[in-house]
Design a protein around this ligand. Sequence first.
Ligand code: HEC
Length: 144
Amino acid sequence: MIKIIFAWIIGALLLLQAIRIDIPNPPSHIDPKNEIQAPQEIMSMLKTSCYDCHSYETKMPWYNNIAPISWEVRSHIKDGRAWLNFQEWNNYDEEKQQKIYDGIIKTINYSMPMPIYLSMHEEAKLTQAQRNTIKKWAQSNLKE
Ligand code: HEC
C-alpha cells in the first residue's frame, strides 16, 4: 500500500514537471543607462541580496526549476520585478523613486530580502550593520 501511494506521489511530481514555467531573463532589456546609481558599497549589497528578484539578472539554483517550487519562485520574481527593478530605475518618475526609497526604509529590517529566500541563500544574508547602511543611504535620498 505504502509503495503504491509512494508511486502515485512520484508520478504526480513528474507530471508537474511538464508544466514548464520559464522565467523571462531578457538581457536585451538591460540598458546600463537605466540602472540605479549608488555608492559601490550599496551597489554590491543590492546585487548580492536584491537583484535575484529586483533586476533582470536573476540567478537561480537548479532546484528552483523543479515544480512546484518553480511556481512560487517565479511569482516572487515576477512580483519583485514589477514592484521594483533596479535596472529600470531611470524609467521611474521621481514620485515612484521616492516611494521606493521609503519602501526600502520600511522593509529592510523586516521583510526584505524575503525571509524564505534568505533561508535558502546564505550569501544574500545581510548583517544588521549592512541593513543600517542601506537604510541610511535610502534616507539620504529622501526629499523631505
Ligand atoms: C526572493 C525575492 C526577493 C528578494 C531577494 C528581495 N525582494 Fe523586495 N520584493 C519582493 C516581492 C515579491 C515584492 C512585492 C511585495 C511583496 O510581496 O511583499 C517586493 C517588494 C519590495 C519593495 C516594495 C515594498 C513596499 O511595501 O513598498 C521594496 C522597497 C523592496 N522589495 C526592496 C528590496 C530590497 C532593498 C531587497 C534587497 C535588500 C529586496 N527587496 C530583496 C521580492 C524580493
